[in-house]
Design a protein. Structure first.
Lengths: 163, 146
């Protein structure tokens, strides 16, 4: 009875730890480990608490088994992406950080001038594609001229309603 | 869109750092042990060696590896490895009736697995000899120097 409770508890922990794995593999792993425990207990010819504790200890912590699963490259939701893209981003330097700062914080503290400097930095950077740079430029231009257009629209609207 | 750019910048930076942290944190205490790294690379070939000549039940594979000493610290971690070998088609499995309990899955090496094992066998021999020679030479050198 005590042994069965220990085994149930262990399998429960394994199931909880295995949530990041793909559903079919998770089920399979649970069956495999349960079978292992049953075989080990049968081999020992004893179902007492000490035997169960020894069997479970030899298996290792549930978290350790799940970590081993992750290392084998099992496709699962949380599996880390390959380091390839991260390596390409290693080139992020002063220009890129400066560009982002001028485009965001700079727009508040240095109206118009800040975003313009940011854009220059964006085009100087080698980290972004021409397409990304164009999109950034378009956004800045639209945001800069939007207030002007809105004001024009309001004044045109008021003059037309006034006449 | 700017927010999106920010998100991308942050997200991509994180992918480079997080995976290693997650993997290492998940197995506390094992990170600094050089044997852990060695086992990681070698164990799959040991599994192939075990199933090379006869079809084996997973539990017996695990027991044989654990019985060899040094190779396995946590028996449960063999199951993820067996799963990967299946996926990579280095082993194939067959379900068989069992005298005790439900049907069991038996593992057998494939031609591809046999080729991988043969390749490893010669790689390992050269690797082992190189390390042994280097260790022996430097051990002698150390004594002479001291």
């Amino acid at each position: 009875m005590e042994a069965d409770a220990l085994v149930r508890d262990y399998l429960g922990r394994l199931e909880a730890a295995a949530w990041p794995l793909a559903a079919d593999r998770r089920g399979e792993l649970l069956v495999e480990v349960r079978e292992h425990i049953e075989s080990a207990l049968a081999e020992a010819g004893n179902r007492d608490e000490v035997t169960a504790r020894n069997v479970l200890e030899r298996l290792g912590a549930p978290e350790e088994i799940v970590a081993a699963e992750a290392e084998t490259g099992q496709p699962a939701g949380w599996m880390p992406p390959s380091p390839g893209p991260a390596d390409r981003r290693a080139g992020w330097g002063l220009i890129e950080v400066g560009a982002l700062l001028f485009l965001t914080v700079g727009a508040i503290f240095l109206p118009i001038v800040g975003p313009m400097v940011g854009l220059v930095l964006v085009w100087l950077s080698t980290e972004w594609t021409t397409r990304q740079k164009s999109i950034a430029t378009l956004i800045v231009v639209i945001l800069l001229f939007l207030p002007v257009l809105l004001l024009l629209g309001v004044s045109v609207g008021s003059t037309s309603s006034g006449s | 869109m700017l927010e999106q750019m920010f998100y991308l910048a942050n997200g991509q930076d994180l992918t480079g750092i997080y995976p290693r942290i997650i993997l290492r944190d998940m197995v506390p205490g094992e990170t600094r042990n050089p044997l852990t790294e060695l086992r990681r690379g070698v164990l799959e070939y040991c599994v192939l060696a075990v199933v090379r000549h006869e079809e084996s039940y997973a539990f017996d594979i695990v027991r044989e590896l654990a019985g060899a000493g040094e190779l396995v610290t946590s028996e449960g971690t063999i199951y993820p490895l067996l799963s990967r070998l299946r996926r990579d088609r280095l082993v194939t499995t067959t379900w068989r009736e069992s005298d005790a309990g439900p049907p069991r899955r038996y593992y057998r090496i494939t031609d591809e697995g046999r080729r991988a094992l043969d390749g490893f066998r010669s790689d390992w021999a050269r690797f082992r000899d190189a390390v042994d020679a280097l260790l022996a030479a430097t051990a002698r050198g150390g004594k002479d120097g001291g």
